[in-house]
Design a protein around this ligand. Structure first.
Ligand code: NDP
Ligand code: OXD
Length: 308
């Protein structure tokens, strides 16, 4: 049977021990840096220590416990074996819920009335129909397309931007770097669902966010490294941007004394937009382990050259 190594901060993957043992009878599960982990054929990872995967001579497959794999590929020494990620309808549904909530938060002025309510201010705002609200999604993959479909169903004017050309009913699509400014120019609520790669790091900077129309808002669900935080804060303070829901940060957890917690217009959420269940993760890892042993095609393989 196979040996599986768990690589993460201590304790994070404890639930995986029993779940993998149930899914893969006879499996040996070892947590890095136990010596048995070094003999593993399969590594299951969240932010593995840089260099750790390179010390595993029998490694045949690396599995992310998340949809994103930036925390693995950021290590230049990661061995050149297949890398798989988690793709699951429940994650897409959870992300869709979060995006819908964030969209309605701005669209229905909850950001303003919650703030007003703290000061006892009774104020109503002019309502706009969903069809007149332009929501733009960066990234039209598993999560972006699921959210886009539901936003279209609710009647929003939805556009999306991807690397390659895409077609999705009811969605105005843009692709490639040259189309980004046009896409941003027509977006009032910007949702980021991009993977973190060399092409997308720092994408949301003053130049790009400044292309959004005055009064636009940001919902950042992708990675903290996509955002130039100081540029966002400057645009909020100047009044160009209205607000931001930030779910992801370069350093997590966001420290309690971080200024973003208290920045007017910013709502911080604790990387909770879509959290995969340990059961689903174990099932998908086990399915790929069985496929590996049988020499079959693996599921949800990441394109290492693209970085996602
Ligand atoms: P996918 O790989 O399915 O989709 C990625 C999309 O981004 C694709 O449409 C792709 O374009 C597009 N894209 C990638 N690079 C570029 C680029 N340079 N320019 C334009 N478009 C680009 O990813 P998922 O939808 O599964 O996940 C997206 C991200 O969401 C994850 O990587 C992770 O960072 C984040 N995430 C956050 C969670 C949270 O709780 N906050 C939970 C889960 C994920 P194309 O279609 O042409 O390939
Ligand atoms: C993910 C995440 O990538 O939780 O799945 O951010």
């Amino acid at each position: 049977m196979i040996t599986v190594a768990l690589l993460s901060r201590p304790g994070l993957m404890d639930p995986m021990q029993a779940l993998l043992a149930r899914e893969l009878p006879g499996v040996t599960v070892a947590s890095w840096p136990e010596s048995a982990a070094r003999d593993a054929e399969l590594a299951v990872c969240w932010k593995p220590e840089p260099g750790a995967l390179a010390t595993m001579p029998k490694l045949k497959l690396i599995h992310s416990i998340a949809a994103g794999v930036d925390n693995i590929l950021s290590d230049p020494t990661v061995p050149d074996v297949p890398l798989c990620r988690i793709v699951d309808p429940d994650i897409s549904a959870a992300m869709t819920e979060f995006v819908l909530w964030g969209t309605l938060y701005f669209h229905r002025d909850f950001d303003r009335v919650v703030s007003n309510g703290r000061n006892g201010v009774w104020r109503r705002y002019e309502q706009r129909a969903a069809k007149d609200r332009r929501v733009g999604i960066l990234g039209l993959g598993e999560l972006g397309s699921a959210a886009a479909i539901r936003l279209v169903e609710l009647g929003f004017a939805v556009s999306a931007w991807s690397r390659s050309p895409k077609a999705l009913a009811g969605v105005r699509t843009y692709s490639g770097a040259d189309a980004l400014d046009d896409f941003l120019g027509e977006t009032e609520i910007l949702v980021s669902l991009l993977p973190l790669t060399a092409s997308t790091v720092g994408l949301l900077n003053a130049g790009r966010l400044g292309r959004l129309p005055k009064g636009a808002a940001l919902i950042l669900c992708s990675r903290g490294e996509h955002l130039a935080t100081e540029d966002l804060v400057a645009l909020l303070r100047s009044g160009h941007l209205r607000g931001a829901v930030l779910d992801v940060f370069e350093h997590e957890p966001l420290p309690a004394d971080h200024a973003l917690w208290r920045e007017p217009g910013v709502l911080v959420t604790p990387h909770m937009a879509a959290i995969a269940s340990w059961q689903v993760i174990a099932q998908q890892v086990a399915e790929n382990a069985r496929r590996l042993l049988r020499g079959e095609t693996l599921l949800n393989v990441v394109d290492r050259a693209r970085g996602y």
